[in-house]
Design a protein around this ligand. Sequence first.
Ligand code: SAH
Length: 212
Amino acid sequence: MTAFTSSGPARRLISILRQAGITNQQVLDVIETTPRQLFMPESLAHKAYENTALPIGNGQTISQPLMVATMTQLLMQHDCKKVLEIGTGSGYQTAILARLVDHVYSVERIAQLQYQAKRRLRSLDLHNVSMRHGDGWEGWRSKAPFDGIIVTAAATEVPQALVEQLADGGVMIIPVGDKQQTLTVLRRFGDTIEQQRIGDVRFVPLVKGDLL
Ligand code: SAH
């Protein structure tokens, strides 16, 4: 099993996340000991523990640690065992989730990013992840329902397919909007959907288009 270890820069990042209001100790521990430098080009590794988003190629970014922490904390307020992630990207958020829940299903439209993410997760001995090269607007119907759904790209509207794939009592964390985006928490209770707006955010778009 991989040793997940801490370091000075990782501890400094954790104190920034704490000051910014992240209180879930399990989430903080997992972020502190997951090597973020593995999830970016080597030339950027010296910035791995800065609280910023960074380019990962193909016009995409690895999300800011505070955003990963915020979304993960929101998800973990509910008893999520089986989680669907839309937008694997670097695989960093996937790795954090894999260390906290039973199983992560992750969908990505760019094959090259998906391939790299798969290798990184394997190198960390994280095997409770299934990946699909597909369109996140469609979710992953054959694996539904999910206790939790986390979308790491901004959707112009909440994808109906994702609402349908949410378990009764399940929670979805999703940035909604185009130029103006709002991080939104959506809960499903039978046919009733409750939405709560968390705050303004900035994500790359959840693309409507062909797979790459
Ligand atoms: N959580 C990732 C975020 C990556 S950025 C990380 O921290 O690394 C968002 C990702 O969503 C990109 O990899 C992008 O290719 C992917 N994406 C965008 N539109 C998509 C769609 N329709 N279906 C699946 N993935 C999509």
